[in-house]
Design a protein around this ligand. Sequence first.
Ligand code: ADP
Length: 343
Amino acid sequence: MRRDNLSIVTVAASAVSLEAFILISWWRLRGVSFSAPEADWFLIFGQAYLVTVCVAIYFMTRRIVRPLSSILEGIELYAKGRLDHRIPPSRVRELHELGVYLNRMAARLGGLDALKNELIANVSHELRSPLAAMESYIRLTMTEDALSQRSRENLLRVDKNLARLRRLVENLLDVSQIEAKEVRCEPEAFRIAEAIRDSCALLRGEMAARRLRLRLNLGEGSPEAWADPAKCRQVLANLLDNAVKYNKADGEIAVSLSQEADRLVVEVRDTGPGIPRESLEAIFERFHRLPPATPEAARIKGVGLGLSISRSLARAMGGDVRAQTGPGAGSTFLFTLPARKAP
Ligand code: ADP
């Protein structure tokens, strides 16, 4: 007999005997006596059958629940992007087949994901050289004396847009490296305070244009970080760039450095609109941008990749990036990284 038919017969037999058992017990309780001795036998048989059915149901449920929970666990991991996970085989045929189909789907999605990463990496890589060439030709052309004021302004606009395009291409390259787990960190001891000063200096022009004050509190002693200096500068550049972009005009940027046990904490605080509490984590997702609160905010350029890259880089170095404050109070970003261990 096929297994599903067998289950239907078992369930039907259990239901009939359970009903008879309940009826006879109820009659007995009400004092109805039975002359036929079969009724007693039926009651004993019914009890034994009930116990057997309960035990059988317990084991059958276990047989089904275990593979089901590993399937659910697998689906949860796939939803988190862990497409390399495979669901283990099950002894229940239908669940086994479901696991096999899900594994095939994950393998196919994993293949497509790898293809997408490769495509992004290759396209971004190929775009880098022509973009750099265009930038240098435009800058060269801008030095020509014969250029009219209007042409110079137009070239300046092209130059700005090329710079944005280059940043986007670099971000995409970073994302593809992070996805392919190819981020290589070369940690060394370096003075983080110097990296902070240099990163702030690079933004001095934009800070002046928006009349932003900069307050640096880098403490005494100049502690050394144990991390990749170039990647640290990239994270600092992103946090400071955001503090400039999303700040109010005439606002302030406060950068401080402190040491907590074996880690250094860089705090970047601004006087912008702040971040709603429910979005403090979401802003670290790729391409996530908060809806602009004002028409001026809608004109701020960005693609929503900087923070996700910064957090991945910080974590690859053994640190982290977190956002802390809510709306109205400006935003505070904490960048933690390992301190150099005492020799
Ligand atoms: P981008 O700035 O290119 O949009 P990011 O990943 O750096 O990308 O930031 C993601 C989003 O987080 C931004 O679009 C913005 O909505 C929000 N955000 C980041 N930094 C700040 C800040 N200092 N103040 C307010 N909002 C911010």
